[in-house]
Design a protein around this ligand. Structure first.
Ligand code: OGA
Ligand code: MN
Length: 286
């Protein structure tokens, strides 16, 4: 049984990410240990739990310690029998994709096109390719802090519209994605969120606009909106705010969607990458 003293948290980079060793996510977790984990998570935004043996139930139960779990609009990629576990995979089962093959190959914060976007996602690597398939994480507290004062002033109080531009993703070369059902389409109204959000637990400010899902800043003419977004994204995705996660088999990576963007990278098609994701509900950004 794990206890507080057996947990080792080691930073993976100065900007984001820490690995947790000596931890079994399937096992019991005392309130005090959980509090220690949460503090480390708030400090590092990304926690990498090494060498996990998660069953789908184990992953869902551990994730549910953080909050209620969410399914996904692309319900065809949920693990059969589990309505809260999304499969990311390039495997085929009877010629059909076993999971979402091209998730998140653009900078984004998960599901920011909903009014109440998820707090966190936990991605568990069952099979990883020997090369490629890294995940990039960009610290949006740091991105905000790096803005010049006049830019901070300019964006104070601004809001932006977020949309799931499924058609564009689907049209991209090599995507095996199917068109959305009418029911899925109906869930895609989009959402409006502050350009700078305050993390409800740390109280820190973070940029909250992404090339993947943010389509416009409210109340600005289109050309101004676009040039302002591009300027903000240059800070949001600048090399000095990025941690690159190179996966090890059985890593389970918990990231905070309220202070990070992330970006999947490609890998050679002859290799398999197979992962399970759980998604933890959040609160309305402010
Ligand atoms: C996700 C995602 C990145 C990756 O699961 O939300 O963006 O590297 N995944 O698979
Ligand atoms: Mn994602």
């Amino acid at each position: 049984m794990p206890n507080a003293s057996s947990l080792i948290v080691r930073p993976l980079s100065p900007i984001a990410g820490a690995e947790v060793l000596g931890f079994d996510g399937n096992g019991p977790l005392a309130e005090s240990e959980f509090a220690a984990l949460k503090n480390a998570w708030h400090d590092h935004c990304v926690l990498v739990f090494r060498d996990q043996r998660f069953t789908p139930d184990g992953q869902e139960n551990f994730s549910a310690r953080f909050g209620a779990l969410k399914g996904h609009i692309l319900s065809q990629y949920l693990l059969p029998g589990y309505d809260k576990t999304l499969v990311l995979s390039n495997k085929k089962v009877n010629g059909e994709p076993a999971g979402l093959e091209d998730a998140g190959r653009y900078w984004h914060s998960d599901v920011s096109y909903e009014d109440v976007p998820p707090m966190a996602s936990l991605l568990y690597a069952l099979e990883i390719p020997p090369e490629g398939g890294d995940t990039l994480f960009a610290n949006q507290y740091a991105a905000y802090e790096n803005l010049p004062g006049n830019l901070k002033q300019r964006i104070a109080g601004l809001k932006a519209r977020h949309m799931f531009n499924y058609g564009k993703i689907q049209a991209e070369a090599g995507s095996s994605r199917k068109p959305l059902s009418a029911e899925q389409q109906a869930q895609l109204a989009g959402a409006v969120h502050p350009v700078v959000r305050t993390h409800p637990e740390t109280g820190r400010k973070a940029l909250y606009v992404s090339p993947g899902f943010t389509v416009a800043i409210e109340g600005l003419p289109p050309d101004e909106s676009e040039s302002l977004l591009k300027e903000l994204w240059s800070y949001a995705t600048s090399g000095d705010v990025i941690y690159r996660h190179r996966w090890q088999p059985r890593d389970a990576v918990l990231w905070d969607n309220r202070c990070l963007m992330h970006h999947a990278t490609t890998y050679p098609a002859q290799y398999t990458r197979h992962m399970h994701r759980t998604t933890i509900a959040g609160t309305k950004p402010f």
